[in-house]
Ligand binder design. Structure first.
Ligand code: PGA
Length: 249
């Protein structure tokens, strides 16, 4: 089976901690109006928790799906400030980012916790988008593969049935929000490394997104790579036209 043929492109916007009800309304209206230019691509946005209601109401029936940027590993209980996967299901979330580098760095999320969060999402029927990526220092020390392998290990240990329902996002930390993008060849090399591990587990069809300063101007060359199945887009997902052009690339 040629798995490249069965891996539909996926472009997810990560709004991070941006937005107001008014600015979201403009962005969402623009996306709904422009989504017809996007073909053969699953399009989604991952938004701050308070806006999930707004997003589900605005995107309902548009063909664009939505999700959150984090989830608790717990199902419910005395965990002040946490949001459970069943709450996300309640808002129609299809996706949740787990292990974004900003959560790993700023909130001390470990590889194990990221895997636990991915499992919590799966149990609620939500697709976890597991983010991995090396820092500049790790890249310069030639440790990229070792870091990716370490980050993925507890996730892959959940087993083929679970991993088959996930998406992996490779986001080199040095390329996030910096304007620096990995070259398509650099990104492809890491994606191929991740693909090899997925293949070894028996799930080569899992989609692998690239993230880190993706823009309309570089999306096409990234998407031309055989193991890049789409993008996780930060800054550019806040600009309607730019985000749609990436998805249409
Ligand atoms: P960026 O962010 O596109 O702004 O670099 C990507 C991300 O952090 O998911």
């Amino acid at each position: 089976m040629n798995t490249a043929l069965v891996r539909k492109r996926l472009v997810i916007g990560n709004w991070k901690m941006h937005g107001t009800q008014a600015s979201n309304a403009m962005l969402l209206t623009g996306l709904c109006a422009g989504v017809a230019v996007v073909h053969d691509c699953d399009l989604a946005v991952c938004v701050p928790f308070p806006y999930l209601g707004q997003v589900s109401a605005s995107l309902h029936g548009s063909g664009i799906s939505w999700g959150a940027q984090d989830v608790s590993k717990h199902e419910q209980g005395a965990f002040t400030g946490e949001v459970s996967s069943s709450m996300l299901t309640d808002f129609g979330c299809r996706w949740v980012l787990v292990g974004h580098s900003e959560r790993r760095t700023l909130h001390g999320e470990t590889d194990t916790l990221v895997a636990e969060k991915a499992l919590a999402a799966l149990k609620a029927g939500i697709t976890p988008v597991v983010c991995v990526g090396e820092t500049l220092a790790e890249q310069e020390a030639g440790r990229t593969n070792e870091v990716i392998q370490r980050q993925l290990a507890p996730v892959l240990a959940l087993g083929a049935d679970s991993v088959a329902k996930m998406v992996i996002a490779y986001e080199p930390v040095w390329a996030i929000g910096t304007g620096l993008t990995a070259t398509p060849e650099q990104a492809q090399e890491v994606h191929a490394f991740i693909r090899a591990q997925l293949s070894e587990l028996g799930v080569p069809q899992v989609r692998i997104l690239y993230g880190g300063s993706v823009k309309a101007s570089n999306a096409l060359s990234l998407f031309a790579m055989s193991d890049i199945d789409g993008a996780l887009v930060g800054g550019a997902s806040l600009v309607t036209e730019e985000f749609l052009r990436i998805a249409a690339a």
